[in-house]
Unconditional design. Structure first.
Length: 273
């Protein structure tokens, strides 16, 4: 049992390093070595203070790279304040976003909201209707719609809120990654990977992991050895920095999952005639 626990601890440390790293490495590509600081957290604090002062809600793109420490503008109008705030940020802009009244009390997800605003803003089509034939529902998109004088009434008539969310976001995914640290970019890729993994069946995940392992084995021996060494050192360092209770929890969960997987594999094999 003690030996099994030791193996589980080692495997947990290795899993920390490798389980999420191979697909992220494939997406990250070579040459990523930026060490610039990202002041995104400071921007969120400034936006929060500005929102409280002007009684508005400001949403900041969590993946926006902010190269210099932002300072809260003294402008009395929110539009002027936001113009001044994003003026010194490369690849950043802001928009007003109006949600359906039924969703007005829900807390929006900053990353999904900013991604939606960015996707709509970069569409080249002036108008687009996307129909789902199975549900018999359609999504309507109309770009550069002139804002009428009675815009608030128009919004209410379509069951949208008249109080906007002010969204500060990266104008492109490249802008969000361009000035971010390598660690920020790697964390972003891992979040995307984890979300995809939750949507995959065990068979799909096994196929993806097989492809990742094949990519790893196709590396030249020197690069593969360096990559493995870096990942293992990082994994062991992270494992050592975890509190004892978290390490114990991870080991216990790993052993439980391994036992379940082995039991399912044994049941699936069936009996030989």
């Amino acid at each position: 049992m003690a030996r099994l626990m030791a193996v589980a601890r080692w495997f947990a440390a290795a899993a920390c390093a490798l389980s999420l790293s191979l697909p992220a490495l494939a997406q990250q590509g070579p040459g990523a070595g930026s060490t610039k600081r990202n002041y995104n957290t400071e921007l969120k604090s400034v936006a929060e203070g500005l929102g409280k002062r002007l009684n508005v809600t400001i949403v900041v793109d969590p993946f926006l790279a902010v190269a210099s420490k932002p300072i809260e503008p003294n402008a009395a109008r929110i539009e002027e304040a936001l113009d001044a705030l994003v003026a010194g940020m490369k690849g950043a802009t802001w928009r007003k976003a109006y949600r359906q009244q039924a969703e007005a009390n829900a807390v929006p997800s900053a990353d999904k909201l900013c991604a939606a605003v960015r996707a709509l803003d970069v569409l080249e089509q002036t108008g687009l209707v996307v129909e789902n034939n199975r549900t018999r529902r359609a999504t309507l998109y109309s770009k550069d719609f002139p804002v009428p004088a009675n815009f608030a009434d128009e919004l209410q008539g379509q069951r949208f809120t008249t109080t906007p969310l002010y969204v500060i976001y990266a104008t492109s995914t490249g802008a969000s990654a361009g000035g971010a640290t390598t660690a920020d970019r790697f964390f972003d890729l891992q979040k995307q990977q984890m979300a995809l993994m939750m949507e995959m069946s065990p068979e799909q995940m096994a196929q993806a992991m097989s492809q990742s392992m094949q990519m790893f084995m196709n590396m030249d021996p020197g690069t593969r050895s360096q990559f493995m060494g870096n990942m293992m050192r990082a994994g062991i360092q992270m494992w050592s920095s975890l509190p004892a209770d978290q390490r114990q929890q991870m080991v216990g969960q790993l052993m439980q999952n391994a036992q379940q997987a082995m039991g399912q594999a044994g049941q699936g094999g069936g009996r030989r005639p």
